[in-house]
Design a protein around this ligand. Sequence first.
Ligand SMILES: [Fe+2]
Ligand SMILES: [Fe+2]
Length: 418
Amino acid sequence: MIVKIYTKDLKPGMHIANPGLSGENNPHIFLAETDITSESQIIALHQKNYVEVFVDTEKGEYFQENRQEKLRLETPFTVVSTDNPYEVNTRSNFDDIGNIINEADQYYGELLEYVRTFTQRLFETRNINLEDSQEFTRSIISHAGSLGSALVFLSKLQKYDEYSYTHNLNVAMFSILFGQCIGLGQDNLMVLGLSGLFHDIGKILIPERILKKPHKLSAAEYAEVKRHPIHSRDILLKQKNIPQDVIRAVHEHHEHFAGGGYPQGLQYDQISRASSLISIVDTFDALTTDRCYSKAMHAHKALSIIFNLRASSFSPALVDRFVKFIGVYPVGSIVVLNNGKRAVVIEQNPDNLLLPKVRVVLDKNNRYCKPKDIDLMTAGTGSLPLSIVGCMSYQECRINIAEFVPQLKSPRQQAVNA
Ligand SMILES: [Fe+2]
Ligand SMILES: [Fe+2]
């Protein structure tokens, strides 16, 4: 398994792998494949300002010696104490999805307005109205069942160019939806929602010129950014009645499962379960959103990065569940089929997340065609089974939401409406 670690956590006996990333886009990652045989090699990488490396846990003496101990520590890590089954993110009645998306779109706008007001008030007064934040969280919990999938889909449309607001909203929302998916109850969902909303509030104390810098941060600037979980905790400690579980989750949301995170360098079950969950959601949202220094990734690419960081940065048990929650190709993704046509994912197949149900909406030249629903699990059983060969963004397909939503209605419904 290839895992990313900080250069400072390298040990002699580890093998540095090259995962095929571009050095130009990742100047802080050392990407040349090599064995680490001495401390002096590690010091040399530090001196050249490399912050991270990818190591191959299947190679090198270090992981051979530590594998048994690592597995022993991973095995008892569970997230939920209940036996409630969790559901893959599906929707059974797609005839209504156009209406559901319109409803969810309006609701997402209302939630975003709340986060804007919350953040501006916090910036001006340093105060948090806990009751309002609890009401915000309760509202998402109550809408999760009816609008959950549509909210996940809409949150990735990049309609709003306000990363700090949409990020805090998405982390709160995804944490609640994911928590509900794995069977957590109301009290846990409240902790997750509040922690998601508050997790980055400490960034209001970090200068914008650092947060929005489009280039590599200096060591001093990076150290400043890494203080934001401490700032977040300190702001919360000055408020009345913020639950301890929330303060802890916020403080620990950049800790890594196997150690090497910040600010405390905790590991395994020293890290609260809420922060283990939020750290996955936080990374997924950051990777799949346009930021000043990087373009948004497709969800399936972000999931593969998170999957590769399981057992190093993230709890493996939770990552497995997160992949099932999002689906490899989330509902609403535009996928390219091996016959060249473009289709929208409309439903997951729980038995094979690589072969969802799709609605073909564009031909290979990006022209709208008559919508056709296909279950990739059963389609094309002849010489050329249909499969997904890539993903496209809405921008690449030149689809906007106003054109796109009607296309999600079923052919039967369109015929009825015609
Ligand atoms: Fe953060
Ligand atoms: Fe964050």
